[in-house]
Design a binder for this molecule. Structure first.
Ligand SMILES: [Zn+2]
Length: 513
């Protein structure tokens, strides 16, 4: 079995809400991450789960643990408002945009994949699409029906959560004190508010665009079913890690667990580790005003930010902490990235480091020193670098990532090494390559000139310049009148337009971010 070198990797398991040692249960760790519903663009906050899962994947690789990663693409089954009845998100989008559901799904899936690539997220091994697994979903629901876990209503086939003894453990729910959240709509005949649709029957007189025949009539699968079915199909019945946004912890993942453990019926937990990332708080009002849609990565790039600056912004916070997205924070991230890249560029080429064993071997340390187990020695060229300081930084990086993926600490360690007068140039190269194996900021090849791009002001029309200057004059006037709320409001508007105002003794100046 692959083994973990260095500090024991500890991860926060939502199941039990505690830090736990991570131990792989198989030679290849199965990692399933809930993917997007491809009916619209993914906003900035929606990208966090994938950067987080990518960090986890890098951490496992660092520890010498092979991973098989699966991320689903939901192209059918996700009803508007995450409910059990009503229209499918894809069909609503298709009608609105006058395109076919296939075109909608393909367009937004490709846009999302391009954003992942721009963020240097390693591609998953498989991106299964829900629409390709409907037959398996039907078979899964048939099995649940045979086992007595379901009941049928005119609106579809429902999972009876009262039959699931551990229902809601992940969300810390107890079935007796049943929740009635805003997300759960009233369904005629449903026994418990927590019961959910495995199959959504076509409403009388309504013919869905995406429809399949089933033992419960024409219709479409329920939203939760796909993840159980596709993960088991691609990773085996049990696998090690399931990730997703924290919003999934309370409903979607609760239901995935209930139906999967009912289906398997072996008394074992379906998945051993459940990891959830916190939200990004976007200043929605401000952003909606300017762009007319939710802010996404393409908007940041348009405004002159490098995608790696957004990745750096994300890694600057721990995945279990909420992060406030602001342009001020993005400016800081872009400036940090620019400094990092210009500091690192003269050190190139960097050595190839993917694992702790790689880094230790380059520094002449035994590959598996701490764990006392054998690991394949990586092939190195030339004599090892004798640098105790560098080795200490490599171990510090290892300790940071092993501590529930503490990326802020990892970044701080990298910065410290870059300032350290006692480290050798060769040692520093290894430390930078080590940190970037986990951070994925493309420190080995990012062109400093690429990071420096700013949107030139000569792209603006004279009318746009006049409008910006009018706002700035209004703000100056509001400040003169001590109308601070109005001044702040205008600053917010300018901020949303990507205009950065600096107050100087001779009056305000501005530039585009
Ligand atoms: Zn899912």
């Amino acid at each position: 079995m692959a083994w973990v070198t260095g500090q024991q990797l500890r991860l926060y398991n939502s199941l039990g809400r505690r830090l736990e040692d991570f131990t792989p249960s198989a030679d290849v760790v199965g990692l399933y991450s809930c993917g997007p519903t491809v009916y619209s663009y993914q906003h900035l906050g929606n990208m966090r789960p994938y950067v987080f899962a990518d960090t986890l994947r890098r951490a496992l690789r660092w520890k010498g643990v092979p991973v098989r990663a699966v991320v689903n693409i939901t192209d059918v089954g996700h009803a508007v408002a995450d409910s059990d009845t009503g229209e499918d998100k894809l069909e609503v989008a298709a009608a609105k945009e006058r395109r076919s559901v296939e075109e909608i799904a393909e367009f937004y899936a490709q846009d999302w994949l391009a954003a992942l690539a721009a963020l240097n997220v390693q591609p998953a091994d498989v991106y299964p699409r829900a629409s390709e697994y409907v037959e398996q979903m039907i078979a899964f629901a048939v099995r649940l029906e045979e086992l007595g876990y379901t009941y049928q209503l005119p609106t579809g086939l429902y999972f009876d959560t009262s039959k699931s003894p551990g229902y809601g453990t992940l969300a810390l729910l107890d079935l007796a004190g049943q929740r009635e959240t805003g997300r759960v709509e009233h369904v005629e005949g449903r026994k418990q508010a927590s019961d959910f649709a495995l199959w959504r029957a076509e409403e009388p007189g309504v013919r869905r665009v995406m429809r399949w025949n089933s033992p419960w009539g024409w219709g479409a699968p329920g939203w939760h079913l796909e993840c159980s079915v596709m993960s088991m199909a691609l990773l085996g019945e049990h696998f090690d890690i399931h990730t997703g946004g924290i919003d999934h912890r309370e409903l979607h993942h609760v239901n995935e667990i209930a139906q999967s453990e009912a289906y398997l019926g072996d008394g074992r937990p379906w998945v051993r580790y459940w990891l959830h990332n916190e939200f990004i708080l976007l200043d929605a009002q401000k952003i909606a005003k300017s762009a007319g849609h939710t802010l996404r990565l393409a908007d940041l790039v348009e405004a002159g930010y490098h995608p790696m600056a957004y990745r750096l912004f994300l890694l600057g916070g721990h995945y279990r902490s909420q992060l406030d997205f602001t342009f001020t924070a993005m400016d800081a991230a872009q400036a940090t990235l620019r400094r990092l890249v210009s500091r690192v560029a003269p050190l190139r080429p960097l050595p190839r480091v993917e694992t702790l064993a790689d880094a230790r071997a380059l520094l002449g340390a035994p590959a598996a020193a701490a764990a006392g187990v054998t690991a394949d020695a990586p092939v190195t060229h030339g004599a090892p670098v004798d640098d105790k300081a560098a080795l200490a930084y490599v171990e510090a990086v290892d300790a940071a990532i092993a501590n529930d993926l503490a990326t802020p600490k990892l970044l701080a360690t990298l910065q410290e090494a870059l300032r350290d007068p006692d480290i050798t140039a060769e040692g520093l190269k290894i430390v930078v390559a080590t940190a970037d194996a986990l951070l994925g900021l493309r420190l080995a090849d990012l062109d400093p000139a690429e990071v420096d791009q700013r949107r030139p002001t000569d792209d603006l029309t004279p009318e746009q310049v006049a409008a910006i200057e009018r706002l700035i004059a209004e703000r100056t006037q509001a400040r003169k009148e001590k109308n601070w709320s109005r001044a702040d409001e205008i600053r917010g508007e300018l901020d949303a337009l990507g205009v950065q105002v600096t107050d100087t003794p001779t009056g305000p100046t501005w530039q585009l971010r």
